[in-house]
Design a protein. Structure first.
Length: 133
């Protein structure tokens, strides 16, 4: 128990140290080590998406940010944090404001929330949705 979280923290340290590709390898290991450990999986997938974005793997990052199995973590994550990642993804140029697909992807994440609309991530989501509409 906890291997996914520990390896994710290791990957974060590697990325801070500038070893982004090694951090991505560590994230792959984190996700393969204990696939039944669902509590930490959503954060690990989101972080892998952020790393993929950093190395220019935009389609793979999109796949991570769009995953539906965040809800599979017994409701633990419910997609928290995706909106901030989407904003980073958009500002990187991976998504253009005029791209209607961006709106659809972001709306599918935003619509899963039932509370927390006063948080910065969800406020950022709403503002971006309004901008893309």
């Amino acid at each position: 128990m906890g291997h996914t979280d520990v390896l994710t923290r290791l990957a974060e340290a590697q990325a801070v140290d500038g070893a982004t590709r090694e951090a991505l390898d560590t994230m792959e290991l984190a996700l393969k080590t204990n696939p039944e450990e669902l509590v930490f999986r959503p954060d690990a997938i989101r972080y892998r998406g952020a790393l993929r974005l950093k190395v220019g793997q935009n389609q793979a990052a999109e796949a991570d940010f769009s995953r539906r199995d965040f809800d599979g973590a017994k409701g633990c994550a419910r997609g928290h944090g995706n909106c901030g990642q989407r904003s980073a993804w958009r500002s990187s140029g991976a998504i253009k404001a005029e791209d209607s697909r961006a709106h659809d992807l972001l709306a599918s994440v935003y619509d899963r929330f039932i509370e927390g609309f006063n948080t910065l991530d969800l406020q950022d989501c709403k503002a971006l949705l309004d901008q893309l509409a």
